[in-house]
Design a protein around this ligand. Structure first.
Ligand SMILES: Nc1ncnc2c1ncn2[C@@H]1O[C@H](COP(=O)(O)OS(=O)(=O)O)[C@@H](OP(=O)(O)O)[C@H]1O
Ligand SMILES: Nc1ncnc2c1ncn2[C@@H]1O[C@H](COP(=O)(O)OP(=O)(O)O)[C@@H](O)[C@H]1O
Length: 199
């Protein structure tokens, strides 16, 4: 498959000393290119079926793989609920794993910030990871602000396209309550103009 751009990378902004830095449109194009960089790759089928995996996962037998996706404001209670559910499921012999925004951003996604583009990429990667967990028979519990419906819909599609259930759960805590909690001091910083939605 060839990947050619209709539009050339023409919007480079020169620095006074002659170096160039890509502008936002260029970054979008570069990112789109980097997301589809590999060519000549062929999907390799596994020899183990989901039901076989289900037989060896957990103490309860049967395939349980799915994704439960918690979305909501910072401070809404996503992590609390997700990790409590993880504990409950594991205590009942059901394999579960909590993938949390703060944690994933320390590792896999530590090169991403909070611009709309970075949030989109954050959710795309996590959806792919959750798909692998779910396909292996684990209940993937994802707790991410994931503010954009289109990104959550893509995450759902990634799972449902291969027959894995996906449950979206909106933690509907009002902004005023989240701001009162402000466990990380982010709302205070945002009100003070120290951080913006993109920072
Ligand atoms: N600007 C800004 N906006 C939102 N969140 C911020 C920001 N800066 C840092 N943080 C911290 O990062 C956590 C959110 O990461 P996510 O990966 O869930 O965000 S997103 O889904 O990509 O929007 C979020 O975690 P939670 O508070 O648990 O939601 C914050 O601790
Ligand atoms: N249902 C709840 N009722 C009251 N406080 C809660 C509830 N869920 C979470 N909290 C508290 O709110 C704060 C933020 O919760 P957290 O799970 O970290 O939110 P998020 O992951 O959405 O940012 C924590 O101090 C937590 O103890």
């Amino acid at each position: 498959m060839s990947l050619e751009y209709q539009k050339p990378l023409c919007l480079l902004t020169p620095f006074p000393w002659g170096a160039v830095t890509p502008c936002r449109d260029d970054i979008r194009q570069l990112r789109a290119l980097s997301l589809h960089r590999a060519t000549n790759v062929t999907y390799q089928s596994h020899h183990v079926s989901r039901s076989k995996r289900g037989q060896v996962m957990g103490q309860r037998g049967g395939f349980r793989g799915c994704t439960i996706w918690f979305t909501g404001l910072s401070g809404a209670g996503k992590t609390t609920i997700s990790f409590a559910l993880e504990e409950l499921l594991v205590s009942k012999g059901l394999p579960a794993y909590g993938l949390d925004g703060d944690n994933v951003r320390h590792g896999l996604n530590k090169n991403l910030g909070f611009s709309p583009e970075d949030r989109e990429e954050n959710i795309r990667r996590v959806a792919e990871v959750a798909k692998l967990f779910a396909d292996s028979g684990v209940i993937a519990l994802c707790s991410f602000v994931s503010p954009y419906a289109k990104d959550r819909e893509k995450a759902r599609k990634v799972q449902e396209d291969i027959g894995l259930p996906f449950f979206e759960c909106f933690i509907d805590t009002p902004l005023e309550i989240c701001e009162q909690r402000d466990t990380k001091g982010l709302y205070k910083k945002a009100r003070a103009g120290e951080i913006k939605g993109r920072d």
